[in-house]
Design a protein around this ligand. Structure first.
Ligand code: IFM
Length: 452
């Protein structure tokens, strides 16, 4: 039995586009996801987030579900286009009013709000001017951060600038699988840089608006191991780690971009200079602005073999199935890699306050004949990962919080509604919510503050 420290924060998470719906209500502007879902072939089954979980209208019910389960913290993201429909220009007061209501509702139920400013839904108006590849988007983001922290900062004390910049940059601009659907490696690199720069510039702005608050960023991680001791596999794994983890963690922690990766990217990044041309003097110092915590999202880990050094699906070699199996995303379940990565953040980067800002599993279990949802596999997944967090704490790693992804079954991007990550089941036809057994289980872990 491992006990969590008294100040350890348990929470749940969700993001605006994945749950809110009301995509064009109350003056909301169009985001790149609103545009992307309308393009044929982009989303499985042609589904969209136009209605999603209708959280925009049902937020009281959702907060009530969290409160009934004794969830102490909720990580939400705000939609830039609700507040600034064109990304810049006039503020839409009805958008601000929604987040005011949501935050007040949470506080009335004694749930601490954690706010993330960007979870991939760039205003389309900014995309039309080049999106994140255009350095001006950095200034637009900083203004948006300024507005949100000024408006909510009296009640919201926990701020995260970005969620998973790797995904926004590479899945959106290299793979073309997420909005805006581009396939240009050089553009993806510029996008990543400007997102990181916007983070670094927003940090002092948020801090000055919320002097008694804290601010950080959320990076997704993909721990990996070489498929064998063969030098080619070892080199491939090192490259994968640079691509997937070090390119983001290194600059945030003041180490600049990893040199081996700058060298590796020169051709595809279309530059022949020592540093990529989008990196201007002073940028790396700004990106490394001191943060109060680092958020890390963890789902899976993989083995990397030579020849597959930048793909996500290198997986585990055939015949060596992971002992804990796979989730329905097809992701190997590797809880011990979470412990390892948390240790690495502390040992290699000196991270002094680490939060697991997303962790969870997709399983499609729905209501049985008695209406109950017995999602044992999700409970097992969460149990193993909370245990992995507790183990890291025992090793002396300063992990201070854990947020389950997600409170609700929601819109899983290019996979539409086919994947269910929720602690609460959602009928996507009617909007009905049914708490799963995993919610009751999580509720008891929170109450006992221990895992065994
Ligand atoms: O649903 C996503 C979320 O938007 C970002 N992190 C991973 C989750 C599961 O794929």
């Amino acid at each position: 039995m491992k006990r969590f420290p008294d100040d350890f924060v348990f929470g749940v998470a969700a993001s605006a586009y994945q749950i809110e719906g009301a995509w064009d209500e109350d003056g909301k502007g169009e985001s790149i996801w609103d545009r992307f879902v309308g393009q044929p072939g982009r989303i499985l089954g042609g589904e969209t987030g136009k209605v999603a979980c209708d959280h925009y209208h049902r937020y009281k019910e959702d907060v009530g579900l969290m409160a009934a389960a004794g969830i102490p913290a909720y990580s939400l993201t705000t939609a830039w286009t609700r507040v600034l429909p064109n990304g810049t220009g006039p503020i839409e007061p009805r958008g601000i009013a929604f987040y005011d209501r949501l935050v007040d509702e949470l506080l009335e139920h004694e749930i601490t709000p954690y706010v993330t400013l960007y979870h991939w839904d760039l205003p389309q108006a900014l995309q039309d001017r080049g999106g994140w590849a255009n350095r001006e988007t950095v200034d637009a983001f900083v203004r948006y951060a300024e507005i949100m922290s000024a408006v909510l900062g009296d009640r919201v004390k926990h701020w995260k600038t970005h969620n998973e910049p790797w995904v926004a940059a590479f899945v959106g601009h290299r793979d073309g699988v997420f909005a805006p659907g581009h396939t240009d490696f050089a553009e993806a690199l510029a996008v990543a840089h400007h997102i990181l720069l916007s983070h670094g510039r927003a940090v002092p702005v948020i801090r000055s608006n919320v002097p008694d608050g804290e601010v950080g960023i959320v990076l997704d991680c993909r721990p990996s191991t070489p498929a064998s001791d063969a030098p080619a596999d070892v080199a491939a794994q090192r490259h994968f780690d640079g691509f997937r983890n070090r390119w983001f963690f290194d600059p945030i922690f003041g180490k600049g971009y990893p040199e081996d990766m700058v060298d590796a990217y020169r051709d595809r990044g279309r530059f022949d200079t020592e540093v990529p041309p989008f990196v201007r003097p002073g940028d790396l110092d700004e990106i490394a602005a001191p943060i109060d915590f680092i958020g890390v999202n963890y789902y899976t880990a993989l083995d990397v073999a030579a020849g597959a050094d930048e793909t996500e699906d290198t997986g585990v070699p055939p015949g060596q199935n992971p002992p804990d199996g796979y989730t329905e995303m097809g992701w190997p379940i590797v809880p011990e890699a979470l412990t390892g990565f948390l240790k690495r953040l502390h040992d290699d980067y000196g991270a002094a306050d680490i939060r697991v800002t997303e962790n969870g599993a997709s399983y499609s279990d729905g209501p049985g004949p008695d209406g109950r949802i017995q999602d044992h596999r999700r409970i097992d997944y969460l149990h193993k990962h909370l245990n992995a967090v507790a183990e890291a704490i025992e090793f002396g790693v300063p992990v201070t919080g854990y947020f389950v992804w997600s409170i609700l079954d929601n819109f899983e991007w290019a996979l539409g509604y086919s994947q269910r990550f929720g602690l609460v089941w959602v009928n996507h036809e009617t909007g009905e919510r049914i708490p799963k057994d995993s919610l009751a289980w999580y509720s008891s872990v929170i109450a006992e503050r221990r895992i065994g």
